[in-house]
Design a protein around this ligand. Sequence first.
Ligand code: GPU
Length: 782
Amino acid sequence: MSKKLLHAGPLQHDEVLVLLTSLIKDQLLPHTRDAKPDTSQKQVYYFSMEFLPGRFIETNLLNLDLLESCKEILRAHHYNPDLIFQSELDAALGNGGLGRLASCFLDSLAALDFAGHGMGLRYQYGLFEQKISNSKQVELPDKWIGEDGYPWEEIYSEEAVTIQFGGRLVSGYKDNRLTFDVIGPERIKAIPYQIPILGYHNQRVNYLTVWQAESIPGQQPVEFEAYAKVKRKAEEITEFLYPDDSHYEGKVLRLRQQYFLVSAGLQRILTSFFKSDDHQIFDLPDKLSIQINDTHPALIIPELMRVLVDNYKLGWEEAWNLTTSVISYTNHTLLDEALEKWPVFLVKEQLPRIFLIIEEINRRFCLEVEYKGLEDWESFADLSIIYQENIHMARLAVVGSHTVNGVAKLHSSILKNQLMKSFSTHFPNRFTNKTNGISHRQWLMNANPLLARFISELIGDQWKTDPQALKDLLKFTNDPDVLLQLSAIKHANKIRLVDKIKAETGHDIFVESLFDVQIKRLHGYKRQLLNLLHILYLWDVCHEKPEAIKVPRTFIFGAKAAPGYLYAKRIISLISSVAEQINQDPLAKGKLNVLFLPNYNVSQAEWIIPAADISEQISTASKEASGTGNMKMMMNGALTIGTMDGANIEMTELITTEHFFEFGIRAEEVLAYERNGQYSPREIYNQDLRLQKVLQRLVDGSITGDTVAFQDIYYSLLFKGDEYFLLKDFGSYVNVQNQVQNQFLDSQTWQKKCLINIAHSGYFSSDRTISEYATDIWGLVP
Ligand code: GPU
């Protein structure tokens, strides 16, 4: 136990947390059923370079059915449970949607009583902490592991494995087989740490295993400098998370991270598999499924082949059948800049045997296609896994998996019918859709206890284990009392947020205003800039026709930009600068308030989402694979303003467009413009006076007093083609935003729409998503 607890007197918040954590970990876990994994059940491993669990204390208490009683006891002893829970560190081993999805999936796997585990990396530094200084993003290291380690994890030093990089490949011939030996490889130790993932009221315990790299003692050269270098080179593998979201960087360290994860993870899985005496290698597909979260862990395909062929001496065909039966791949983006392509020379140098296997996979695949006739393919250029000195990881992942899925209907359909058309023609049954989901335990029960309690008062507790039962709320759509209470809950959540923001930033927010929220990573395609253009427009209205602003609004932004993504950082500067000007403009007072909340993360999201009135999901159609923030806000009774993109489309199918603020051009139109190059932002600009005024503000000095300050952004829209079609969608966005304010005036109708949104949000529980993966991809029996 922590040394800190040895003082006399009342316990500090973090000390109470230490006690609660140890209580859960040490006392409760050994009594739960699967403290030792039951290997007769098929095991699923979710391989991901990112996990974004946030804090565990409330989740674990909730799952153990101790949350309410624990809160009561704390209150009885004059502790504020919220303050205690908030003293837990927020583990940010991920960037955004992809990592958070992985964590929601682990939560659902355990809740549905599947043996489904996570495999990831234990980065010493998670996603950077963001500060805003002089309107600019500043990145600070996120040292999330405390002095006493991380309270939820357990180290298993004795189960460390060795990972090999580099070396010289020597082929030979033995027992009628080709053999491959790597001479003089660099060897690095991988140490597993396990974080328990508890099921909801079902006593299940699964694990998230995260690996840490260390140098191997005894191997190091004795000379100090050489020793330090070797140690450094090993440890740097798990030193930090690459802060890029949906963007790929061909850095050798990232490649080493990826191989380190798959090689370590696979060794652990196979060791545990063979612990059961009756398990034979050919049983693998019956006992094991591996899901890869985007292509980041796609090297598991050649790695499993290497192990089966070189270590277990299987023939290529046998090994290939096992590999493709075990592995399946989820694609999370169509954006070209996010599709990983590893330079051949890097892979050859770092992983010589793996490279050879990829070449062989590719050789056989190309032959197979050629044999069938090349007609579906333009040329080898669009089918070869290795092309122009690059390894196309998405192609490798498709060829080496039995199932490939996208994460929302539209995305899966573009993936199948456009981006990977030739592949889906060749493998007609391989492509499928699994629309994303979110954990309703985390995002409704934990984040919004007031709403959760109210829902249970109305329809009982069934929705907690069967979220689609939220539909029972539809009975109350015309009940004025219920709608009034719903509005009171939103109000209380808004006060909770306002107080917190006041305490942390000193900023005053008008609670009665409409809270208009855009929280997500900063990306050109997510179009935070379009939101800002609308704000600039409203600012003009404040000056020219103030009576047109009928509803005061608070715009809330939260977003981190990848440190190397300069355009995204410029938009953060712009938002912060505009916020500063508007918030001190007397003519905007009581009408417009703009906030950029620094350091957006999972814990912040838990405060903001229950307080949102409007959820901004305004990506350029076809660019957002799914989105999951859209689902979280819907479930918490916000109305969505959005384009027909990602899961927004399914949302409107559930609730009808009457309960959704739709705007903007459709995906087909965007894709057509991209093909024919005929989009002209200039033309739109010339015809829209509002737009002219708004864009002039970027270069007339009215934001910072400096006319060149935002010239680059102005240029990107007017002279550099407006890649994300902001000007094209500006008019319809402004119009629909105007409908938003008109409808907000009629509180009862508004609340009715909120209720309808909540009632249909059960479909977006990750329990539904995971059930679909389980049945359709992993072949699990519920
Ligand atoms: N996404 Br690829 C990430 O967050 N990071 C990535 O590296 C890649 C995708 C997101 C998608 O942008 C988002 O639309 C989706 O909802 C999420 O993955 C989960 O599927």
